[in-house]
Design a protein around this ligand. Structure first.
Ligand code: BGC
Length: 538
């Protein structure tokens, strides 16, 4: 093993004061890192706007076929409706996976900007379309763009954020998802009675605004320093760190943080490569192995979907009408607003209480609410009291989701992967989110519709059970990553089980003298030669 490669045991001997590696968080640094969270709007708005558009008379007239059974006199076939809705998930699924490779190649920031470009093309096709035959490819291409953006934003934010506020910053992404969902509902509601094609073209065209803001803003931000380290561009990494941390490039802070990144990457790449197949290596028995981490990330996103949250967002209006609650539309607006209002609580709790506690207690809270909804809705179906009770507990359920699993599931997948496979690990986890999102959307009508499962409120027994599984999942399998650098997370996974992880603290930095010396040379180079060579080799 080369002298600079610390082994699991000599990592701890790397050096000195554990707390020294990061500069104090400045407001400017915080705002720079949090900007990318805005991309959550694409995710939320795009998944939210289509249901309202599908219900618009003007849309049915343009895209449907004559059908006297509908008030507008027109309707599209059921398969067309299902295709228009679900093709987005197919696009996002594949988009997220492609993006995992592209982000290692052209960089995190450039991949997100490329995602905005692809997304804008898809939006152009949607706005121009007058037939399902063009609308569907438009949604597919926009979906690929959303897949790029949703997977790589998590990666980018986790890599650029200072460790002390990383959870809060990534939670900002979830906040913008909820804002996107709310905006979609408001825009649809405002436009629905327009008597020309602006009724649906405006909600579609507004998507451009989000892509434009995100793409332009990211253009001005630095690339992830960890990506530069992975590419051996250490002087560029020093410059990016200096912008993000608001410190001179040759300061002690930048030198120390860079040395940590270099030392850890060298250690990791001694032990692993970064192809897709490497994501599944490491064996099941090794908790720090890639296979275990990738499975954890994918399962985390799967379980987030199995909390049942999208049942409320995608199917809530229909469900509340079915169980006899009259103002079903109003209620879905209220749940969407509770979603937005409760997410910011996590900005504080995720750093204070940690990811693990939030996930465990959030799932407990959701499961209790779901069982209460299921029991009341079943024993006194149609009564006013049961109706009120269901509404209150649905709002409480959304409160628990929005302040815990909503953000924490994204935070955790940004933190658990080692650098060589991080882009691909986050991409696979995000693809898992979209896959289960699609599956749940597909099977839900069969669980609750008349003529099929007709479960009515009893469907909440199903979500109650899946949420109980989420409690066990979080308790046994999710490690605590609060306050650790992404490099320290690797060490923690090697040394303790998830149940003991909250009590673990790093004993030393990883950077040994060789990495510190390299960092010295690189910061000096970046400071004195702003156009430092892009291809230096170590
Ligand atoms: C989930 C989405 C969900 C949204 C609700 C996200 O974290 O992944 O599926 O619709 O939260 O706020």
């Amino acid at each position: 093993m080369p002298s600079w490669a610390p082994s699991a045991s000599n990592r701890a001997k790397g050096g000195g004061n554990v707390g020294r590696t990061e500069a104090p968080v400045t407001l400017r640094g915080y705002l720079l890192c949090v900007f990318a969270a805005f991309g959550g709007i694409l995710f939320g708005y795009d998944s939210g706007y289509i249901s309202g558009v599908l219900a618009m008379n003007e849309f049915k007239r343009e895209f449907g076929h004559p059908d006297p059974s509908d008030d507008s006199g027109y309707l599209y076939h059921t398969w067309e409706k299902s295709l228009i809705t679900s093709i987005l998930s197919a696009g996002t699924f594949f988009g997220a996976i492609f993006a995992g490779s592209i982000a290692d190649w052209i960089g995190r920031r450039s991949t997100i900007i490329a995602g905005c470009g692809i997304f804008s093309l898809g939006v152009a096709l949607q706005v121009a379309s007058t037939t399902v035959a063009l609308l569907v490819p438009g949604r597919l291409i926009a979906g690929i763009g959303v897949g790029f953006v949703s997977a790589i934003i998590i990666l980018y934010m986790s890599e650029v954020a200072p460790k002390a506020v990383r959870g809060a910053i990534v939670s900002g992404y979830q906040f913008f998802i909820t804002v996107g969902l709310l905006l979609a509902a408001v825009v649809d509601e405002t436009m629905k009675d327009h008597m020309d094609t602006t009724a649906y073209r405006v909600p579609m065209a507004i998507q451009w605004v989000w892509a434009l803001i995100l793409g332009t803003g990211l253009f001005l931000l630095p690339e992830s320093p960890r990506h530069y380290v992975k590419k051996n561009r250490h002087a560029d990494a020093a410059k990016a760190l200096s912008i993000l941390r608001g410190q001179p490039v040759d300061s002690q802070y930048i030198r120390d943080e860079l040395a940590e990144l270099i030392a850890n990457f060298r250690y990791e790449s001694e032990n692993m490569k970064s192809s897709w197949i490497d994501c599944f290596r490491g064996g099941w028995g090794n908790p720090a192995g890639n296979l275990r981490r990738v499975t954890l990330g994918m399962a985390m996103q799967m379980m987030q979907q199995w909390t049942g949250v999208n049942f409320i967002f995608y199917y809530g209006t229909t469900f509340f009408t079915q169980v006899g609650i009259k103002q079903a539309f109003l209620i879905s607006m209220i749940t969407t607003a509770v979603n937005v209002g409760s997410t910011p609580i996590s900005f504080w709790t995720i750093e204070k209480l940690g990811r693990r506690s939030l996930l465990i207690w959030g799932a407990v809270g959701m499961a209790i609410c779901e069982f209460i909804i299921a029991i009341t809705g079943t024993v006194s179906e149609g009564s006013k009291a049961a109706g009120y009770c269901m509404i209150v507990f649905t709002c409480l359920y959304i409160f628990f989701f929005a302040s815990t699993w909503g953000p924490a599931a994204w935070v955790v997948i940004g933190e658990i992967f080692p650098l060589p496979i991080r882009a691909k690990g986050v991409a696979l986890s995000t693809a898992s989110n979209w896959f289960w999102n699609f599956i749940i959307g597909l099977i839900t009508p069969y669980m609750v519709d008349k003529g099929y499962g007709d479960l009515r409120a009893r469907v909440f027994f199903v979500w109650g059970v899946t949420c109980t599984i989420c409690v066990a999942f979080a308790y046994f399998l999710v490690p605590e990553t609060k306050g650790l650098s992404l490099e320290q997370v690797d060490q923690m996974l090697e040394e303790v089980t998830p149940r003991k992880s909250a009590g673990w603290s790093p004993t030393a930095n990883f950077a040994n003298q060789a990495a510190l010396d390299d960092a010295d040379v690189m910061v000096a180079k970046a400071a004195h030669h702003p156009e430092a060579e892009r291809t230096e080799k170590v």
